[in-house]
Ligand binder design. Sequence first.
Ligand SMILES: NC(=O)c1ccc[n+]([C@@H]2O[C@H](COP(=O)([O-])OP(=O)(O)OC[C@H]3O[C@@H](n4cnc5c(N)ncnc54)[C@H](OP(=O)(O)O)[C@@H]3O)[C@@H](O)[C@H]2O)c1
Ligand SMILES: [Zn+2]
Length: 337
Amino acid sequence: MRAAAFSELTGPDGVSLVNRPTPEPGRGEAVVSVEACAINRHDLWILEGDSAMVDTDDLPFVSGLDVAGTVDAVGEGVTAVEPGDRVVLCPNETCGTCRYCREGPENLCANFSLYHGGLAESARVRADRLVALPDGVDMVEAAALPTAYMTAFHMLHRVETGPGDTVFVPGVTGGVGVAGVQLADALGAHTAGTSSSRAKLDRVESLGLDHAVESTDPDEIRAAVSEVGPVDAVLNHLGGEYTQVGLDVLRRGGRMAVCGRTAGGTSEIDIPDLFLGHKRVIGSTMGTQGDLERLVGLVADGTLSPEIGETYSLEETDAAFAAMQDRDSVGKLVVTP
Ligand SMILES: NC(=O)c1ccc[n+]([C@@H]2O[C@H](COP(=O)([O-])OP(=O)(O)OC[C@H]3O[C@@H](n4cnc5c(N)ncnc54)[C@H](OP(=O)(O)O)[C@@H]3O)[C@@H](O)[C@H]2O)c1
Ligand SMILES: [Zn+2]
């Protein structure tokens, strides 16, 4: 089988097609014929050599978390799925034995890690991490869900979003950003979001964004979002200087969930404003398999239509990463092996 491997950690030009033996399922595993695999900023960090998880000793490395496809074969002891089943993978890898796994939610696992290997024609996965896809759910849409939508869904839960709330999303045009808007909209919340691109904001407005701010400048963003009114919750996947902007626009007692560091891995924050304003900053990573099951249900019943920016063949995987690096697209970029 063919895989789009990272042969060098130099950015999109480090992707090359390699041939690998088709995997055999071990005990508790399934082999999935991959029909779609979405890419995420997480894969791009690896490809740019900016991830502690993968270094040059691990090359060639096959990334890709968000696998949707058809089960080809199952290993010993697998009863939940069988060949021919349409599935999407929950990429959470958890130990199942630590205190956090016992008490839940599972994404708190002390040994938490992520599946990698979806940018290939076949993927060997844990069978109990597969979620069944109803016939009406398209493979490309399904592949969009695990990392971006599951993370945004879980963050909205952590910030206790409800009908009538205002949710602010700095960097609203990418995977997590668009997912945050669509899911907040489905919860009956209002949204404000930012981008450097007017054209991309137009697209996100058509998906439900209520207040678009075309700027990357913290002061301009602070002023524009303050005019919208008090913000109940912030979904912060940018980090850097946008953390304080989010805290500044939050109402007293408001909540900010943080899941990323695209604009910087450290943020300076105003401590008195945080405590005097009773604001909360909440770290959040991925979501639970239950979250993913619910998202599949929302797609199946027509409540949610995940936004797909572009699809790419396996040979074009480098172009998918170049589009993400160049900030060229809205929504999810999906490779269709
Ligand atoms: N902890 C977790 O479980 C988890 C899960 C998923 C994602 N994440 C993290 O969340 C972040 C978003 O992931 P994603 O896959 O949604 O990424 P993505 O699709 O690449 O996000 C694109 C968005 O980020 C904005 N952006 C890109 N570079 C920027 C910069 N230097 N300064 C300001 N804005 C910038 C873009 O703004 P423009 O519109 O102006 O181009 C766009 O709105 C990443 O840091 C990722 O690692 C974490
Ligand atoms: Zn655990």
